[in-house]
Design a protein around this ligand. Structure first.
Ligand SMILES: [Zn+2]
Length: 249
């Protein structure tokens, strides 16, 4: 996604001085998430509503999900800015979000702080949505939206904490090994874990066929080819979206 900030993406905002782009491919995942919610999650909880009502809920919830992804990326970005690393852009695309840094962090400690910030934001958001759900009328619309967003933010945090470079967990692994091994070797170890996880994702996608929609992409980030996958199952309450929030140099 090296061209994510160019012709295929539209600038939608500027936050803390960082230009925020939406890539054309994001529309696909935005509507897929809205669709699974409008045809599965909401009808299951509220069987008596109109199709328009399901779609309205689905679109709003999908939008809030991607606002959550944006906040996750801002978490990484703000820590990076505080460490003196400029952020070129944040882009939402089919696999989630990507914050592009001017340069690599200078040491393992900075890497650890930057990598941890994104999942920390997702977990805080999950807590806030859970709290909002508890305040809402049980079984109502706000309750259903808040519970979905709490769950999906936990999923985003947990998936990104898998120690597979360049996912956040892989960055944490590299940051932890940096001091004892040196940057180059720590990167190789974390990248190898990333490649193994990519094969695992690929195999799990292949083995769980038929999936109605299964999108795979391979994008280079810091020299480590990594695979992210998006699996969407319509007509069921089980939404299985894997979002890969990474940052590349
Ligand atoms: Zn992240």
């Amino acid at each position: 996604m090296r061209n994510a900030g160019s012709h295929a993406a539209v600038k939608v905002a500027r936050v803390f001085g960082i230009p925020v782009f939406v890539h054309a491919s994001w529309l696909v995942i935005f509507f897929l998430v809205a669709w699974t919610l409008a045809t599965g999650y909401f009808p299951e909880r509220h069987p008596d509503l109109s199709r328009t009502a399901y779609w309205a809920r689905g679109l709003v919830t999908s939008l809030l999900f991607f606002v959550s992804i944006l906040l996750h990326e801002l978490g990484h970005s703000i820590v990076a800015l505080r460490s003196g690393i400029a952020i070129r852009s944040i882009t939402l695309f089919i696999f989630g979000g990507v914050a592009r840094l001017e340069k690599d962090p200078p040491d393992g400690r900075t890497e650890l702080r930057m990598a941890a910030a994104g999942p920390a934001v997702s977990l805080v958001l999950a807590g806030l949505f859970l709290g909002a759900g508890m305040l809402a009328r049980p079984g109502g619309t706000v309750w259903a939206v808040a519970h979905y967003l709490a769950l999906i933010n936990v999923v985003v945090a947990v998936f990104n904490l898998v120690p597979a470079f360049p996912l956040d967990g892989g960055r944490l692994l590299r940051g932890a090994l940096w001091k004892s091994m040196g940057k180059a070797r720590a990167t190789r170890v974390a990248a190898r874990a990333g490649t193994l996880f990519a094969y695992f994702l690929m195999a799990s996608g292949v083995l769980s066929v038929p999936k109605p929609i299964s999108v795979y992409g391979c994008f280079p980030a810091s020299g480590a080819p990594t695979l992210a996958s998006v699996l969407v199952e319509p007509g069921t309450c089980r939404l299985n979206v894997v979002c890969c929030a990474v940052y590349e140099t």
